[in-house]
Design a protein around this ligand. Structure first.
Ligand code: CA
Length: 232
């Protein structure tokens, strides 16, 4: 992946929105390809091999959830999901769809580009294994976090996390016992801060608890979240 040219797959059935997104991405010097239904999205994800996917939830054919599952099953790729409502985002995270970020419509093109850039930076960082990336295994009770291999085990069993969930877990575990605000987590894990983004943090915490166990992350009301080493 060259530093500035990215290939982005835009999956959106509302053609004017799709066109606007594609034009904006092209003005960044990126290559954008548009598809307008779910099944086409799955085959384009394979043929076009994008660096990231912008994926609308409500699509003809198969919906965005199923598209996300199918493309992630073939190759892990960053997905930014577009939802119609805020509560829809929570539902999607609860289902463990595996998207890396969510935006609720309507959104500004500027924000979309900023979020995509942050997402692509994180992926690049994750791919630079050994190149300044933190190495070694973090061990907390029965939780083992292999930062180099980007794998997590609890009580010996591998727990599958999305790249964003993994980064969030590492950030919390490295600050064990310390309470981190949603804004601090956004800045460190997502690389952007915006008032609307605190919901994204909450949603990913929910996913972490569901996958790893509810005893791993403590909520400090009005402040933020803290990693807790499980007792047994
Ligand atoms: Ca739609």
């Amino acid at each position: 992946m060259t530093p500035s040219t990215f290939r982005i797959l835009v999956v959106e059935d509302e053609r004017d929105i799709s066109e606007q997104i594609a034009r904006r991405l092209e003005s960044e010097g990126w290559e954008a390809r548009q598809v307008h239904d779910g099944l086409e999205a799955v085959s384009e994800a394979r043929d076009f091999a994008p660096d990231a996917v912008i994926l609308d939830v409500m699509l003809p054919g198969i919906d965005g959830l199923e598209v996300c599952r199918r493309i992630q099953a073939e190759r892990e790729m960053p997905v930014l999901m577009l939802t119609a409502r805020d509560d829809e985002t929570d539902i999607l995270v609860g289902l463990g769809v595996g998207a890396d970020d969510y935006m609720t419509k309507p959104f500004s093109m500027r924000e979309l580009v900023a979020r995509l850039k942050a997402l692509l930076r994180r992926v690049e960082r994750a791919e630079r294994i050994g190149g300044g990336a933190p190495e070694g295994v973090l061990s907390h009770g029965d939780i083992e976090i292999d930062r180099e291999g980007r794998r997590v085990r609890r009580a010996g069993d591998e727990v599958h996390l999305t790249p964003t969930e993994f980064d969030l877990l590492v950030c919390l575990a490295q600050n064990e016992g310390k309470v981190l605000s949603r804004e601090a987590l956004l800045e460190q894990v997502w690389d952007w801060v915006d008032a609307s983004g605190t919901r994204t943090v909450d949603s990913h915490i929910k996913a972490l608890r569901r996958k790893l166990g509810s005893d791993v992350v403590r909520t400090v009301h009005g402040v933020g979240y803290a990693f807790e080493t499980p007792a047994g």
